[in-house]
Ligand binder design. Structure first.
Ligand code: R5P
Length: 312
């Protein structure tokens, strides 16, 4: 899957240099030279240190915390590429922040996911490659192609090797039900759903368990662990409903805001499996599966004009 560096370049923002390096190695491409710094007042300052004239460029940048700063860095990088006459500019955003506000829930609110799509397009992005968007409809907020990859195959490969008997796949809310269904089908396991009510950004409540979890081991699957509140409540509800205290969690994006690490340290949670769309802290006790081969395949397929649907 090697690309010749003739007319294709890969650049990395500062959000996830390890992942960008792994993608570069898989594709046999060097990372493009650029400098990212700050003006004395804190504004971001980027400069491309090599020509990109006429090149197809892929810029890897997760818009993970600090979200505003990583997003602004991505926007300025894209602007620099456009003003330097790059050919096509592909934003590779393994974790797409600000996808949460995809509609007005109450009045007088922004739709931030649409705003971010507008900003990226105005800056000059010709294509977005991303992984497990929080809400699929964010894809439609763009007028340029958005290739939304799924980490489920990466997850299922690992889970198949480490499967335990009497396991049920559980979605912690109905919103992720179809993704959980896909994972359950891949693993040949039954599915259960929790009905979640969200009271605030940090407070959720499980009001119903749909499906059979009693005397079962559980594989809880979600797109993102933000505060960890959703998964903590899910674990508590599952235990109250008779699940075996042998619960594994798998989630694509480890945002791990606030008290998330504390929430995940529960006796019944035996393993937390995440991907490297967002860098973890050294010493975090989680299983990290790399998404680099998946993203490298997507870049390879896009660049060589081959179908990417098989990667979704
Ligand atoms: C549902 O809204 C999502 O799939 C996640 O469950 C949610 O965003 C996780 O957020 P938190 O970890 O803050 O509960």
């Amino acid at each position: 899957m090697q690309l010749s560096s003739d007319k294709v370049k890969l650049f990395a923002g500062t959000a996830n240099p390890v992942l960008a390096g792994a993608i570069a190695r898989t594709l046999g491409l060097p990372l493009g030279a650029l400098s990212v710094g700050r003006f004395p007042d804190g504004e971001v300052k980027v400069r491309l240190e090599e020509s990109v004239r006429g090149d197809d460029v892929y810029v890897v940048q997760s818009t993970c915390p600090p979200v505003d700063s990583h997003l602004m860095e991505l926007l300025t990088l894209v602007d620099a590429l456009r003003r330097s006459s790059a050919g096509r500019i592909n934003a590779v955003i393994p974790y797409f922040g600000y996808a949460r506000q995809d509609k007005q829930v109450t009045g007088r609110e922004p739709i931030t996911a649409k705003l971010v799509a507008n900003l990226l397009e105005s800056a000059g992005v010709d294509r977005v490659i991303t992984v497990d968007l929080h809400a699929r409809q964010v894809q439609g907020f763009f007028d340029v192609p958005v290739d939304q990859l799924s980490a489920l195959r990466t997850m299922s490969g690992y889970l198949r090797q480490t499967a335990a008997p009497n396991t049920v796949v559980v979605s912690p809310d109905t919103g992720r039900g179809s993704e959980a269904r896909r994972l359950a089908d891949m693993l040949g396991l039954p599915l259960a759903l929790l009905y979640k009510r969200r009271h605030s950004d940090t407070e959720t409540e499980v009001t119903a368990v749909i499906g059979d979890v009693a005397f079962q081991r559980v594989l809880l699957v979600d797109d993102v662990i933000s505060t960890g509140g959703t998964l903590r409540r899910a674990v508590e509800a599952l235990l109250e409903n008779g699940a075996v205290p042998d619960i594994r969690i798998c989630a694509t994006h480890a945002v791990l805001a606030g008290d998330a690490r504390q929430y995940l340290s529960h006796d019944a949670i035996k393993e937390v499996i995440v991907t490297d769309t967002i860098p973890l802290r050294p010493g975090d006790p989680y299983t990290v599966l790399s998404i680099a081969p998946l993203i490298a395949s997507a870049i390879y397929h896009v660049h060589t004009h081959q179908s990417v649907s098989s990667l979704f």
